[in-house]
Design a protein around this ligand. Structure first.
Ligand code: SF4
Ligand code: SF4
Length: 348
């Protein structure tokens, strides 16, 4: 999970709480939906179209207007499939001085390593998705040799990490029926010199074919026994390997309370469309990863006008009435802005 400097975060939180912010601190930007993997649970790649994507000039013109912005999370699709991704990253990192997290499937080894080498920024966080080892991963991602290719990418990134000073992590989804993949991958990554692993659990992988209500309440259908197996493994990894991420502990405690005790605690006041939003490739604005109906479109728009438009205000009312959810990618930005995330310091 990306770390925002305490000073930048505190200044934004104060501005936000006083009602003085004129825009988001975080945008989750999907510059493309095209993807070169074929993961079992995902059909995002079927919607990727080159001609519809915002151009670099359009992206720059739009983001130039977001003056309160501190963090951009880039995901997709596979972002490195964009031929101009280096230009986009350079703009965010060096012209705007933002924290930038890029999540990649790691398949484009040479391009990824070359881009990261050229960018060489301590504000760049590269997160490579890898859910286990060997055939398990190749079958899951629908690509023969996926695992081996991603290991090559990780080796290339580790090789340049010290000189280029970026942050490297692996995102691992733990599957209820394959919990042993947690320890197996951890051991392989330790051998490569990759210490940072961001864990999430299987139900966070919903990409398609599941309705909003099911997504919001996914934790109700997690079998207790399966969750306990995951918890045992993840707890052991956390203790033995010293993962001390506050955001991770906050998120996982909330999941544990929901699955095992039916308690919605801790919880957050949702600030989707106020402190953050999701931006899709053609400029569509979405509140979050659960509510998939676009609110408006920012292509060529005056951002400040759209931000206070009736369409945005109506969508914010919908967010206010939302019953809540517990996805890591929504929990963390919300709990960060509200300050509730500090509870993670005290969770064991
Ligand atoms: S889950 Fe990610 S890597 Fe897999 S097909 Fe979907 S967008 Fe591509
Ligand atoms: S609580 Fe917020 S992030 Fe979660 S589903 Fe509702 S609007 Fe989306």
């Amino acid at each position: 999970m990306i770390k925002l400097g305490p000073a930048g975060l505190l200044s934004y939180c104060a501005t936000f709480r006083l009602g003085l912010s004129s825009g988001p601190y975080l945008v989750v930007f999907l510059p493309t939906l095209r993807c070169n993997a074929r993961c079992r649970a995902c059909d995002i790649w079927k919607h990727g179209k080159v001609g519809h994507e915002l151009t670099f000039a359009e992206i720059k013109a739009l983001f130039d207007q977001m003056t309160d912005l501190r963090v951009v999370k880039i995901t997709g699709g596979e972002p490195f499939l964009r031929s101009d991704l280096s230009e986009i990253l350079n703009y965010f990192l060096n012209e705007r001085n933002l924290m930038v997290q890029v999540t990649s499937n790691g398949l484009l080894t040479d391009k990824i390593v070359r881009s990261v080498r050229e960018l060489a920024s301590p504000r760049l966080h590269i997160c490579i998705s890898l859910d286990g080892v060997g055939k398990f991963v190749n079958d899951l991602r629908g690509i023969p040799g996926y695992y081996e290719t991603v290991l090559d990418t990780l080796k290339g990134l580790v090789h340049i990490r010290e000189a280029r000073r970026f942050f490297l992590a692996v995102n691992q989804t733990i599957f209820y029926r394959h919990v042993s993949q947690g320890a197996e991958l951890r051991s392989v990554l330790a051998g490569l010199g990759v210490e940072n692993i961001h864990y999430t659990v299987e139900h966070n992988l919903f990409c398609s074919g599941v309705g909003e209500a099911e997504k919001k309440n996914y934790w109700r259908s997690v079998p207790r026994e399966d969750f306990l197996r995951v918890k045992e493994v993840v707890d052991r990894l956390v203790i033995s390997d010293g993962v001390r991420d506050i955001a991770y502990k906050y998120y996982f405690r909330g999941l544990e309370n929901r699955v095992l005790r039916g308690l919605r605690k801790p919880d957050f006041k949702c600030t989707a469309l106020s402190s953050y939003f999701r931006l899709y490739p053609a400029g569509e604005v979405l509140a979050c990863s659960v509510i998939t109906k676009p609110v408006t479109n920012l292509r060529g728009a005056d951002f400040r006008e759209v931000w206070v438009s009736p369409a945005m205000e109506r969508a914010r009312e919908t967010v206010k009435r939302c019953e809540g959810c517990w996805f890591g990618c929504e929990v963390v930005p919300n709990a960060t802005v509200s300050g509730d995330i500090i509870k993670g310091v005290f969770y064991r």
